[in-house]
Design a protein around this ligand. Structure first.
Ligand code: 77N
Ligand code: MG
Length: 214
């Protein structure tokens, strides 16, 4: 049997990036996915918006829903302050095994905790299992129809505090219409749309940034 797309992505990182250099890992993946084989990483265009929001928030504890191959985990973790942590949740074990290797290749394994499982099951366990009081930053990039239920779950589990920033990928393509409706018509959130394009294409997409007001 042949290799998988995530396995080929890992090979491209091992071939073209420098161990311990997150920037080179990001470039190797972007180059591979732009020129060889498209993959659903947040990508370089939306990645610049992710970087700027992260730099503004400077989170101590960050949560990512939907790791895939770890591209955005590397983008996020490389910008975290020394004692800050990223917890990333991935449902698909085949993706998780590749993501662990890409995160480690970037030298960021000490800042990133990858947890395998469904977000709906794991979010209620965050406090007890990982000693998390609340998250400063949440990147939503998993199943688009899980954005609303998981945001409500984060609220109900007391994992959001005044000022927590939610950043959602793909609100246009593939689209998360219920999520946009939820955060834009909710007095507990201050939302703003950042227009961009679907990773490695000219198709319109964008990120929605929503600040939890408590
Ligand atoms: N912890 C968890 N709990 C529950 N479910 C979970 C989970 N962890 C993962 N999953 C499963 C879903 O993971 C992948 C989600 N991401 C996408 O589907 C995605 C798709 C496109 C895309 C595809 C085709 C096109 F033509 C155009 C655009 C682009 C993107 O940027 C995407 O992010
Ligand atoms: Mg995405």
């Amino acid at each position: 049997t042949g290799s998988s797309r995530p396995q080929r992505m890992l090979k491209a990182v091992q071939k073209n990036a420098t161990k311990g250099d997150p920037k080179s890992v990001i470039s190797a993946i972007d180059s591979y996915c732009r020129h060889k084989e498209w993959a659903m990483n947040v990508g370089d265009d939306k990645g610049l918006i992710l970087d700027s929001v992260l730099t503004e928030v400077n989170p101590s504890t960050a949560l990512e829903l939907g790791t895939y191959c770890g591209y955005s985990s590397v983008r996020i973790a490389r910008l975290l302050s020394p004692d800050s942590k990223l917890i990333t949740i991935e449902f698909n074990p085949a993706f998780a095994i590749i993501a662990r290797q890409i995160i480690a290749y970037a030298g960021l394994q000490d800042k990133v905790t990858l947890v395998e499982g469904a977000s709906g099951d794991l979010i209620p366990k965050m406090k007890e299992q990982f000693g998390i009081k609340s998250f400063d930053f949440v990147f939503l990039d998993h199943w688009k129809d899980r954005y609303v239920p998981d945001t409500k779950l984060l609220e109900d589990c007391g994992l959001l505090k005044k000022g927590t920033v939610l950043l959602a990928d793909n609100v246009i393509c593939p689209g998360a219409p219920e999520y946009l409706q939820y955060v834009r018509n909710n007095p507990r959130y201050e939302s703003r749309y950042y227009p961009s394009n679907l990773e490695y294409t000219k198709v319109e997409d964008g990120l929605e940034k929503s600040v939890f007001l408590g």
